[in-house]
Design a protein around this ligand. Sequence first.
Ligand SMILES: Cc1ncc(COP(=O)(O)O)c(C=O)c1O
Length: 403
Amino acid sequence: MICMAEKRIVYMDHSATTYTRREVLDAMIPYHTEFFGNPSSQLYSIGRVSQKALDTARAQTARALGAEPDEIYFTSGGSESDNWAIKGIARANRKKGNHIITSRIEHHAVLHACEYLEKEGFTVTYLSVDKYGLVDPAELEKVITDKTVLITIMYANNEIGTIEPIAELGAIARKHKVYFHTDAVQVIGNVPVDVKAQNIDLLSLSAHKFYGPKGVGALYIRKGTKIDNLIHGGGQERRRRAGTENVAGIVGLGKAIELATADIDGHNRHIRELRDRLMKGILEKIPHARLNGHPEKRLPGNINISFEFIEGESILIWLDDEGICASTGSACTSGSLEPSHVLLATGLPVEISHGSLRLTLGNVNTDTDVDFVLDVLPKVVSRLREMSPLYQKSGKEGGCNVQ
Ligand SMILES: Cc1ncc(COP(=O)(O)O)c(C=O)c1O
């Protein structure tokens, strides 16, 4: 539970963003105040101090991923890292081929980058997923051609929390000598990552998803990878992404990733216990509800549940009234309410996917928070159903859960 001004807030939207940890903020502040030098100003001490801070953060990030420091490139976040990986690999390897493989449940930073490349003449295969959101490695192997230059499959899904068989997918890419990128934005601090063991050539991450600051991320690029530079200009990030570095942000990322990956199991044990109790409680207390995503292969804090006969947005508004922050898979696009592309890809009917709620727990949550949501949510769903003509017509009051 968090107290904002007078209001008690139960924050269960950690997949959207996290607060910045105190230790992370403390590590960043000196780089806004006394050590404000430009890391490129090597002829005086405060410039050299900034450069050293970047080196430390690069080493911390590399260690967390099982990479080498000179394989880490700092960016402005997950979207930039995804765009760089996808467009950079596609364009640099155009002579070899024009085929990209991804999945239908990727984040829009991946899907829209792929769609953009289609306009440049690339062909993209969008792999289907099963009812849990899992990509089938055999399906991946089937669609690889001698024109495939990139496979980009997310490590874990941001909406339903499903964790993909990344090492297996990476091994297939390696066998066929195709570059393999994974969007691991939701994964850092939740699942152990080892880029070498998992055959990952490129990996995107973003600090604000693991208790670091917003607007800073990284792209891991395996040594020897043929990729276009992102920003032309000065010599920063080994000439691949020019521009004066966000030193304080990068220091924060380094500290946050070190803390988040120090004890992944220990850190997540309590979150997983709270999540399981909440998930079980919701499914027991609320009829006509179904869990989305895989029952076990899912991120430790993720719950995604669809409630029949009502809209996810209405649930959110009522929860907000009670001080509960959550989210839904639906996105408001061009003034119309689009159902989640992820839920649709898992085969959920449009009308049920509209009634979805995502609760993502993190290290601020307590047993009291879980009790509170278990008290409020069934009342909210019940009140909304009372107002729903669909529910009245269905005559389903008091039925059992749809699994
Ligand atoms: C899976 C995934 N990829 C990419 C992004 C984009 O990251 P950023 O907000 O740092 O640009 C997000 C953010 O929600 C995400 O969940």
